[in-house]
Design a protein around this ligand. Structure first.
Ligand SMILES: Cc1ncc(COP(=O)(O)O)c(C=O)c1O
Length: 460
């Protein structure tokens, strides 16, 4: 093992990790109960810790992984690029790989989205879309269009702009005083239904949006939305036709539509992009996570030639977009992304993702939907979330102090599956090209973990 050959052992690494490494979204006081693993190796859809224990990657390494770890084609794309160039700035210069990738992204995006602006992560892809929209209206002589609209429950990332458009919740709560004002409209209603079938009603949501746009459309620059599924809200779904209705309202009110496909893009919901599948042309499209197959940090904000052209002007006019990151369009990340997107086009054409989606639904239904401690299972494509409950027959929720989600995830870890809870809910987000037998394993392990955890409670 690499680490052992460097004379490092588990306890040394644990100590150094505890002393020096700050883990995101992680309460350090829980180290005793949920000690961070040292993941040393990845192979296919599995991760291996320092002691050689293997775990199914049930979060797709935070919703990024498409075709597994150590994929030979992606590895080769990275190695081949390394023979040419690891990094050179994209500020004022280009390099062939990112140029090819920008063309490929324009090809897979709805036809009007022809230009790619690269950053390193999903939050920045959203920040850039917001800044582009804001500046665009100034540049075309409508500086009064400054407001932003987003949907309740939204999560768009952790930078300040992304937090501002986020739809509440405790993630960003402490930072609210530093965030800018955003109008949030209600999400489609989720009608309670037990089991796996979930219904939504968008009437009140669309009515509220229409009112807002009628009232303030003249002052609104953009509306930002996670199309089809709000991931971090717990895979909350929108009914079919909702996205098109929102797009039409935005178009009528002359408000930019920013679609955040950071989570749902690149096969997660069964197609390359949700907007293309639904025939919707946004003004900005934010991409990240699955773009590189989960290998390297890279994000893109796609926009139209019209928006791009508005930023063109004489040198002294300062119309250029003054936003950029040191590692923007990193060639290594771009090379892996290009290969990943090309391969994903073939996988989708062969129906591989559709097969996985069907198998996922089958095993969720068979093993988890009727479990007494599962209130509801929401699945679309390879995105799923289940809500835990003390008892299916009443609406009581577990108190936060019960740490129900965390405890179930620890049970799953002991059985060889890595998951991360969202409070009392558990998202299941496997790598996109997951195999049916792996989905069966994932669902069975989760059912056994629920049984083990809640049986303990009944005894106590
Ligand atoms: C829909 C959506 N947008 C934006 C982000 C932020 O992406 P990143 O963590 O790469 O900044 C996420 C992350 O989960 C997301 O789900």
């Amino acid at each position: 093992m690499v680490a052992v050959s460097r004379n490092l052992n588990q306890s040394t690494l644990d100590k150094w990790d505890a002393d020096h490494a700050w883990h995101p979204f992680t309460q350090s006081s829980e180290r005793g109960f949920a000690p961070p693993l040292q993941i040393e190796k990845g192979e296919g859809h599995w991760l291996f810790d320092l002691n050689g224990n293997r775990y199914f990657d049930g979060t797709a390494s935070m919703w990024t992984n498409v075709r597994g770890h150590g994929n030979p084609s992606l590895d080769n794309a990275l190695r081949e690029q390394l023979d040419y160039l690891a990094h050179s700035t994209f500020l004022g210069h280009g390099h062939p790989t990112a140029t090819l990738l920008s063309r490929k992204l324009a090809e897979i995006s709805p036809s009007a989205l022809e230009v790619a602006f690269f950053t390193d992560n999903g939050s920045c892809a959203v920040e850039v879309a917001l800044k582009m929209s804001f500046q665009f209206w100034q540049l075309i002589g409508r500086p009064e269009k400054q407001k932003v609209v987003a949907m309740e429950g939204a999560y768009h990332g952790d930078t300040f702009g992304a937090m501002s458009v986020g739809g509440g919740g405790f993630f960003a709560e402490r930072f609210r005083p530093w965030c800018f004002e955003v109008e949030h409209f209600p999400a489609p209603l989720c009608l309670e239904s037990s089991g796996i079938i979930h219904q939504e009603d968008s009437t009140s949501s669309l009515d509220a949006l229409q009112l807002l746009l009628d009232r303030e459309g003249d002052k609104i620059a953009a509306l930002v939305l996670e199309p089809s599924v709000q991931g971090a809200a717990g895979m909350k779904q929108q009914p079919s036709g909702f996205l098109q209705a929102v797009a039409q309202l935005c178009q009528k009110a002359d408000v930019h539509l920013i679609l955040d496909e950071v989570f749902v893009g690149f096969g997660r919901l069964g197609e390359m992009l949700v907007c293309s599948d639904e025939g919707v042309q946004p003004d900005f499209l934010c991409l990240a996570k699955g773009l590189t197959g989960g290998y390297l940090p890279l994000a893109a904000t796609m926009t139209t030639s019209e928006v791009y052209a508005a930023f063109s002007g004489a040198y002294h006019e300062h119309k250029a977009l003054y936003h950029g990151h040191t590692f923007t369009a990193n060639p290594l990340a771009a090379a892996v992304a290009l290969r990943n997107v090309e391969m994903l086009e073939e996988d989708l054409a062969q129906g591989l993702v559709a097969e996985g989606t069907k198998a996922f639904g089958y095993y969720l239904n068979k093993t988890l939907a009727k479990h007494p401690n599962v209130r509801e299972v929401r699945q679309r494509g390879l995105a799923c979330c289940l809500d835990l409950c003390p008892d299916k027959d009443n609406s009581n929720a577990f108190p936060v102090t019960r740490r129900a989600g965390l405890e179930v995830c620890m049970e799953a870890r002991a059985r060889g599956v890595l998951l991360r809870p969202l409070g009392n809910s558990i998202p299941l987000v496997p790598p996109i090209l997951v195999r049916p037998d792996e989905l069966e394993f994932l669902c069975h392990v989760l059912r056994d973990s629920l049984d083990a955890n809640f049986a303990k409670e009944q005894k106590s």
